[in-house]
Design a binder for this molecule. Structure first.
Ligand SMILES: [Zn+2]
Length: 286
């Protein structure tokens, strides 16, 4: 759709630029190059919202009534079933985690300036078993100071960890970069996260799962939360397991016993309620 408009704009611009009959051939050539460049750009760039098949993953993998009742569209007036409204602000400057791309000296990593463009991280990692395969692809907002290869590797490591969801059910995660992936795991700026998470309210601070989108707020990915006390990798694993847990049909749970591991389906970003940080669904309070 966007490309069509661009072509029309391009056409009128080219006509204006043409000026006379003698330059017609040259203009057609320039137009051809421009249209080709736009087409190539369009192929490598995934602009939200895309046209992927919207599957109800929760129904597919668990049949959970909670997740199956999540909205399939994102009407503004809809009442969300889960509203991760932030109850805390995260302004404390934390040490950035070590997955930055190389930055010019003195420049600050970008985790907030939004381009609105999502780029698929290329790559394929086969599932470890043939049954109940769930494919996912990693997308990162263009312009974020993140190394896509490292982000994708961290996500796959978490999803296939022996302490993770694969140990609790028949699901096997397979990473792909194909358009028909079951699940999209997206790392986006706070403002794009808010848009992709509608009708849920992520308030620029938290992450979500809506339909087949697992949207990880880049600010949280980069800086975690104070309660994790600098254990950024552990928090990232929590983030992935918690939001993918929703896609598998799991709802929220709470800390029931202080000083024991917090349930992975607890909203740990908002606070631990006396529990200890925990990223893994197989680790539970005893
Ligand atoms: Zn949640």
């Amino acid at each position: 759709m966007t490309t069509g408009r661009s072509e029309r704009r391009l056409g009128s611009r080219a006509r204006r630029a043409r000026g006379g009959r003698h330059s017609r051939r040259k203009s057609y050539k320039a137009q051809w190059f421009s249209v080709t460049a736009l087409a190539v750009l369009g192929m490598v760039m995934v602009v939200h919202p895309d046209a992927t098949k919207q599957r109800n993953l929760a129904a597919q993998f668990s049949g959970s009534a909670v997740a199956a009742s999540e909205p399939t569209k994102a009407p503004v007036a809809a009442v969300p079933t889960i509203v991760p409204t932030p109850t805390a602000t995260f302004t404390m400057p934390l040490r950035p985690a070590p997955t930055l791309t190389r930055q010019p000296r003195g420049s600050k990593p970008n985790v907030t300036v939004s381009t609105g463009r999502l780029l698929v991280v290329p790559g394929f990692v086969k599932a470890t078993g043939p049954h109940d395969k769930l494919t996912y692809r990693v997308e990162i907002e263009d312009g974020l100071s993140l190394n896509g290869v490292l982000v994708a590797a961290a996500i796959h490591k978490t999803l296939t960890d022996a302490r993770g969801w694969q140990s609790l059910g028949p699901v096997r995660f397979e990473r792909t970069d194909k358009i028909d992936a079951d699940l999209r795991v997206i790392v986006a700026t706070p403002s794009l996260t808010d848009k992709l998470c509608l009708p849920l309210d992520t308030g620029g601070e938290v992450s979500c799962r809506v339909e087949n989108r697992v949207v990880l707020n880049a600010k949280r990915w980069m800086y975690a939360v104070p309660a994790y006390a600098g254990k950024v990798d552990l928090y990232r694993s929590y983030l992935v397991n918690h939001e993918v847990g929703h896609a598998l049909g799991h709802g929220h749970s709470a800390c029931t016993k202080p000083n024991t591991p917090a349930p992975v389906m607890m909203q740990q970003t908002k606070g631990l309620g006396g529990c200890l940080p925990n990223a893994w669904p197989t680790i539970k309070a005893t």
